[in-house]
Design a protein around this ligand. Structure first.
Ligand SMILES: [Fe+2]
Ligand SMILES: [Fe+2]
Length: 221
């Protein structure tokens, strides 16, 4: 007997095939009735398309190179826990730069907030997609859930800073509170949760988590 999910998906498939058939017949009609429409590429479009594709390829290669460089530098830090600890340090350094600004440096504050958002996004993704699930699998569920809840608070601070704007009178005070949260959170990971979890890992499990963190970090870089 088909389950509800199966019948839903078979309905979707039959709808999709009838839609694609009609779309297919429409496009055949269009091609035959107006083979030289306003959207026709024309005869000399070959080099143009080639150049556009080459541009995309160069852009992709440059971005790939940048990501490889970024994550390569981090991977050199060592195991997954060392990579994450290095990211904590880098994040706290961004906070210190933010705290050294004054109300007139609105552009600098905006740039630093963008940098902080990107760094925290990438870091949280690596932890939430790899490390915290691995913690839960090892039975460290309460701590993993607490840490993930704190990532929610991190996003709330980022939202508040974004909303209040760089020259808000309470900008520095909010950044200071935010830094305290990050520092406490990083301390709990580095000093309590990660070391005891790592102790129970085999060398193979440890290497697997490092490789997964690196792979996730590469795509988020
Ligand atoms: Fe975290
Ligand atoms: Fe962390």
């Amino acid at each position: 007997m088909a389950t509800r999910t199966q019948s839903r998906s078979s309905n979707r498939n039959s709808n999709r095939s009838s839609t694609s058939e009609s779309a297919g017949s429409r496009s055949r009609e269009n091609r035959s009735s107006d083979s030289r429409s306003a959207f026709s590429w024309g005869e000399n479009a070959g080099p143009l398309i080639g150049a556009a594709l080459a541009g995309v390829a160069i852009g992709f290669a440059a971005n790939y190179g940048r990501k490889a460089l970024m994550q390569g530098l981090e991977a050199a830090a060592g195991d997954w826990d060392e990579i994450l600890a290095t990211e904590h340090e880098m994040t706290l350094a961004i906070f210190d730069k933010m705290l050294a600004t004054d109300q007139t440096q609105t552009f600098k504050r905006k740039m630093l907030l963008m940098k902080l958002t990107h760094a925290l996004d990438k870091h949280a993704h690596q932890e939430e997609m790899v490390v915290y699930p691995a913690l839960r699998e090892a039975g460290v569920r309460v701590e993993a859930d607490q840490l993930e809840t704190e990532h929610g608070e991190v996003k709330t601070y980022l939202y508040q800073l974004q909303q209040m704007g760089p020259n808000a009178p309470n900008w520095l005070e909010t950044v200071r509170e935010f830094r305290t949260l990050i520092s406490r959170h990083a301390h709990m990971e580095e000093e309590e949760v990660f070391p005891s979890f790592k102790q129970g890992l085999t060398e193979e499990q440890d290497a697997k988590i490092t490789s997964l963190v690196n792979r996730d970090g590469f795509w988020m870089a």
